[in-house]
Design a protein around this ligand. Structure first.
Ligand code: AQP
Length: 338
């Protein structure tokens, strides 16, 4: 079989399951904006993923707009990238169902994010939470996306997407879906919780003090970094000196990602510094980088109709790519279209 060459295309998304965090910004949005112009870029607010856990319907629409506002305020240009919310393109759900029939239960059972989120409550969580990775595969493959920028936590799901593409192509003897490359690079692929450096910073984490929200003001940011858990030792002379110091490493990596430096360069600047010096410098840097974005988000949120218009235009452009790919998938599967 001759190998199909797929046009380079980026797809990624963020769930509107709460307010955006510094983890979403550094691990996703900032990198999404950086890829704009390098190749075709399709970015989504994945509201269908958000409802895998309970969302108040009144808050979901607002959270969807807020994620869109975060993308736009961070520099995403809707004339250069396609920006839309997932539920406006029904092909995601349709391809998701086909992939539910391609993916194997054993594959899903290995997904560590499901185990983390379901915990000891696996019998009571939604079936959607379990099937989430096959919908994510559909999100990506519906656009024949070749590159998916994600944080480290999503790597396993992108690998599952490759397995689904491979099995579909093999079962139907086609070379139709690409094997997507996860793009996980830079110092901020896994920003950790400020109170426990072994846990990821999440929108839905229990305490507000464990995360920086993109809408936090300067006082809150300073307070959260000041109270962030660290150890009593000053910063080391070398980056390797951060081994086994997860909280210290996290703060250095946040500084590096915000300042576009390597963590090694940050250590070179702050070798031997105490937390009383480093934490205020980190807070100042975070405020300088986040304040313009959060004030632009607030301005955009004052005009929800404009955000809705941008998402509707993006959805139209997304459908123009997705629908022909879904139709071809239906033909490959053997669905009758009369
Ligand atoms: N802490 C993080 N560090 C680096 N990247 C992160 N991402 C999320 N948290 C971090 C990246 O952001 C993108 C969007 O993620 P998502 O919101 O769709 O899902 P998530 O990873 O489950 O995010 P949260 O914040 O943990 O949400 P909740 O608490 O609702 O489950 C992805 O590329 C992700 O890697």
């Amino acid at each position: 079989m001759t190998q199909t060459t797929f046009t380079p295309r980026v797809f990624s998304g963020i769930k509107p399951s709460g307010g955006l965090t510094l983890g979403n910004y550094l691990g996703a949005i900032k990198r999404f904006v950086g890829m704009q112009g390098e190749m075709e870029t399709v970015y989504c607010v994945v509201d269908m993923h958000a409802i895998t856990v309970w969302q108040d319907p009144k808050e979901l629409a607002n959270a969807t707009r807020e994620v869109a506002a975060g993308y736009l305020a961070a520099g995403l240009d809707p004339t250069q990238s396609i920006l839309f919310n997932q539920s406006q393109v029904s092909a995601h759900a349709e391809l998701g169902w086909i992939f539910n029939c391609v993916a194997r239960v054993g594959w899903m059972n290995r997904m560590t994010q499901f185990k983390d989120k379901a915990g000891s409550n696996a019998e009571k969580v939604s079936l959607g939470l379990y099937a989430y990775p096959s919908l994510m595969a559909a999100d990506i493959l519906l656009y024949h996306a070749t590159h998916v920028p994600v944080g480290e936590d999503q790597k396993q799901h992108v690998e599952l997407t490759r397995d689904i593409a491979h099995k579909f192509n093999h079962d139907f003897k086609v070379d139709f879906f690409p094997e997507t490359t996860p793009v996980i690079d830079g110092p901020a692929t896994r920003i950790m919780n400020l109170r426990d450096g072994t846990k990821k910073m999440s929108k839905s984490g229990e305490s507000d003090m464990e995360r920086i929200n993109m809408t936090d003001d300067a006082d809150k940011i300073a307070k959260k970094f000041k109270k962030a858990k660290t150890d009593p030792t000053p910063l080391p002379e070398t980056y390797e000196g951060l081994n086994d110091r997860p909280e210290a490493r996290n703060l250095v990596e946040i500084y590096a990602a915000l300042s576009d430096m390597t963590p090694q360069a940050v250590i070179a600047d702050y070798a031997g510094a105490g937390w009383g010096q480093f934490k205020p410098a980190l807070a100042d840097l975070a405020v300088a980088k986040l304040a313009p974005i959060s004030s632009e988000m607030a301005r955009l949120m004052d005009d929800p109709a404009e955000i809705d218009r941008i998402l509707a235009t993006g959805a139209e452009k997304a459908r123009a790519i997705a629908e022909p790919i879904l139709k071809q998938t239906y033909d490959i599967v053997g669905f009758l279209r009369s």
